[in-house]
Design a binder for this molecule. Structure first.
Ligand code: ADP
Length: 345
C-alpha cells in the first residue's frame, strides 16, 4: 500500500475529527432537544476540519522536520550538517528517508570493503617490499663486514667483494627507482602526457640502449622488417620505459644466442606493438600473474635474480594510463610475445 504524505495524513485526521465532532453535536442536540440548523452544523464541521487540519499539519511538520533533518544530517555527513534540509510535506517523505538510509548503509558497506582491501593491499605491499630489500641489504652487509674484518688486506677477495657489494647496491637503487615509479603512477602524481610520436624511433632508441646487454648473451635484437615512421598518441618517456622493460626482460629470460624481435601491425584505429622472444617462456598459470607487483616465476628466480619484480606491473600501469592494454602469449620452453596497442596519431 502506498504510504500517505504528511499533508494527506493531516487531512485524514481533520476529516475524522470534523465528522466525529459533527456527530457529537448532533447527539447533544438530539438529547437536549435543541435544534441546530443544518448550515450552522456544516459551518461548525468545516471550521473544526480546518482548525484540526492546520494544527495537525503544523505539528507534524515540526516533529518530522526536527527528526528527519537529524537523520539527513547524519546521512549526508558533517559537510552539510549546518544546512537545513527543506522537506516537502506533500511528498512520501518517510519512504524517501528510508530509501536514502538504505542507500547510505549500502555505500558505507562498500566504502568499508574498499578501505579493508586497501589496508590489505598496503600490508602486502610493505611485506613484499621488506622481503625484496632484505636480500641486497644483507648481502651488502656481509661483504662489507668481511672486508672490514681483514678482507680488505686480502688481495684474493678484496676487489671481488667490493664488486659484489657494488652490484647489490645497484640492485637496491633499481628497486627504489621502480618503487618510486610505481608509487607515482598509482597515486596519479606522474600522469601521462600524450603527444604525437614516432613509435619506430622510440623502439630504435630502446634497442640501441639494450645492445650491450644483449651482446653479453649473444641475443640478436632487431625489427621484424624495415618500418617507415609510425605516428601514435603516447607519452614518449613512459612508452620508452614500457619497451625498455619488455626488451630487458626478453634478454634476462632469453636463451643464449636467441633473438628478440619487435614488430608493428595495423589494427583499425590502433597500432599493435609486439616484442617477441624465443626464451624461457611462461606457463599459463604464471601468465595470469606476472603483471602483479613483485610476482616472479619461481624457476626464473634462480636464473635471473636482479629484477625487482615490478617491471611488468609498471608496464601495465603505464598502458592503463594510456587507456590501452598489454597482453602476453607464451609457450613454456619456446618463447613469449608481449603485445600492446597505441592509438594512431
Ligand atoms: P622482474 O624484475 O623479475 O623481471 P617483471 O615484473 O619484469 O619482474 O617480470 C615478472 C616475471 O615475469 C619475471 O620474474 C619472469 O619470471 C617473468 N617474465 C617476464 N618477462 C618474461 C619473458 N620475456 N620471458 C619469460 N619470463 C618472463
Amino acid at each position: 500500500m502506498r504510504e500517505r504524505t504528511p499533508r494527506e495524513l493531516a487531512a485524514l485526521i481533520a476529516v475524522i475529527v470534523g465528522m466525529v465532532s459533527g456527530l457529537v453535536l448532533l447527539i447533544i442536540s438530539y438529547l437536549s432537544s435543541l435544534v441546530i440548523p443544518l448550515p450552522s452544523l456544516l459551518v461548525f464541521v468545516g471550521i473544526t476540519f480546518l482548525l484540526t487540519f492546520l494544527a495537525v499539519f503544523f505539528l507534524l511538520e515540526r516533529v518530522i522536520n526536527s527528526k528527519l533533518n537529524l537523520i539527513y544530517r547524519i546521512i549526508h555527513g558533517s559537510k552539510e550538517a549546518q544546512e537545513k534540509v527543506e522537506l516537502n510535506m506533500s511528498e512520501e517523505i518517510f519512504e524517501k528517508a528510508q530509501r536514502e538510509a538504505v542507500k547510505f548503509a549500502k555505500e558505507s558497506r562498500e566504502e568499508i570493503e574498499r578501505l579493508k582491501e586497501q589496508a590489505e593491499f598496503r600490508r602486502e605491499f610493505i611485506g613484499n617490499l621488506a622481503h625484496e630489500l632484505k636480500t641486497p641489504i644483507f648481502n651488502l652487509q656481509g661483504y662489507l663486514h668481511t672486508l672490514l674484518e681483514g678482507g680488505l688486506k686480502d688481495d684474493t677477495i678484496n676487489e671481488e667483494y667490493l664488486g659484489r657489494a657494488d652490484k647489490n647496491l645497484d640492485r637496491l637503487i633499481e628497486l627504489i627507482k621502480d618503487i618510486d615509479t610505481i608509487t607515482k603512477l598509482e597515486s596519479g602524481a606522474d600522469s601521462v602526457v600524450l603527444k604525437k610520436v614516432d613509435i619506430v624511433e622510440i623502439c630504435e632508441d630502446v634497442l640501441d640502449a639494450a645492445e650491450m646487454k644483449a651482446k653479453s648473451k649473444e641475443i640478436d635484437l632487431s625489427f621484424k622488417k624495415k618500418y617507415d615512421p609510425l605516428f601514435v598518441k603516447a607519452d614518449p618517456g613512459k612508452i620508452h620505459q614500457v619497451l625498455t622493460n619488455l626488451v630487458i626482460n626478453s634478454i634476462n629470460y632469453g636463451k643464449e644466442g636467441g633473438r628478440t624481435t619487435i614488430s608493428f601491425h595495423n589494427v583499425g584505429e590502433n597500432i599493435l606493438v609486439e616484442v617477441a622472444d624465443d626464451g624461457l617462456g611462461i606457463s599459463d598459470i604464471d601468465q595470469q600473474r606476472i603483471f602483479e607487483r613483485f610476482y616472479r616465476v619461481e624457476k626464473s628466480r634462480d636464473r635471473h635474480r636482479g629484477g625487482s619484480g615490478l617491471g611488468l606491473a609498471i608496464v601495465k600501469h603505464i598502458m592503463e594510463a594510456h587507456q590501452q592494454k598489454i597482453s602476453v602469449s607464451s609457450v613454456e620452453g619456446e618463447g613469449s610475445t608481449f603485445s600492446f596497442t597505441l592509438a594512431k596519431a
